[in-house]
Design a protein around this ligand. Structure first.
Ligand SMILES: [Ca+2]
Ligand SMILES: [Ca+2]
Ligand SMILES: [Ca+2]
Length: 248
């Protein structure tokens, strides 16, 4: 049998090559294991991330709707009635129901594709000027007129707006007759904003008290306008500058 004889240099390179090849395979296997673990971890976390994202976006929508309603109140000197269906338009006389998002001019469906719910104190829907609107709020605050809407166990609310959350139904105390919707058959008591999510409650609610809305209206009506400075006529300045330059 013929024996292959390698030179010293060739033998060194051959051993190095074998060594490099073995190490690469181990390395490759290690990387594959890591990738597998990462994919597994990512797959298990994905539903949780989607859930958290939906919750975050719905909270933002409810907050945005609250601000839009305050803007509507300041512009129209009243609050809109609720809508009895999901067309987004207020229905006169309806105090609890769907959010009239088209009347207010904003979005109405949450990330669970459900229309928001809304309830309003009826005494704040009938005015059409700032004096009457603030007067009605004063009466509700000092008790001359009995409030008709409450949240957080007894705070008089101008309005309440909420998403039914991931379970797709309004939960007690926002729904009282068990039909999973906020409607005229429910009472006038609502939960507190920021109520923790539990097995039986996952609504996302915002409310504005009569006092807060009153403060907002007073603040906007007493804001002093900064006088606009009269612009200096450019032509005159330039002429006087020219005269000065000529004199010099
Ligand atoms: Ca719910
Ligand atoms: Ca109900
Ligand atoms: Ca209730």
């Amino acid at each position: 049998m013929r024996k292959i004889i390698f030179s010293q240099e060739e033998e060194k390179n051959r051993k190095k090559h074998i060594s490099q090849g073995g190490f690469t395979l181990i390395e490759l296997a290690f990387v594959l294991v890591i990738i597998g673990l990462l994919i597994g971890l990512g797959a298990s976390m994905f539903p949780m991330l989607v859930k958290q994202n939906k919750l975050r976006e719905t909270r933002a929508l409810v907050e945005e709707s609250k601000i839009a309603l305050i803007g509507y109140a300041m512009a129209e000197n009243r609050l809109p009635y609720a809508s009895r269906n999901e067309d987004g338009l207020e229905d006169t006389g309806v105090l609890s129901g769907y959010f009239p998002y088209r009347t207010v001019g904003t979005r109405g469906k949450d990330t669970y594709l459900k229309t928001l719910y809304y309830a309003v104190d009826p005494y704040l829907c009938t005015t059409n000027n700032l004096t009457d609107f603030t007067s009605h709020l004063e009466s509700l605050i000092n008790g001359t007129h009995t409030p008709d809407l409450y949240y957080n166990g007894g705070i008089a609310a101008a309005f309440v707006i909420l998403s039914s959350g991931e379970n797709l139904v309004a939960d007690p105390p926002n729904d009282d007759n068990g039909n999973g919707r906020v409607d005229t058959s429910d009472n006038n008591q609502f939960a507190s904003p920021g109520t923790p999510i539990t097995q039986t409650y996952d609504d996302i609610l915002e409310a504005i008290s009569d006092s807060y809305l009153y403060g907002k209206l007073k603040q906007s009506s007493t804001t002093t306008k900064t006088p606009v400075p009269t612009p200096q006529p450019i032509e005159k300045v330039e002429k006087s500058k020219i005269i000065m330059e000529k004199t010099l």
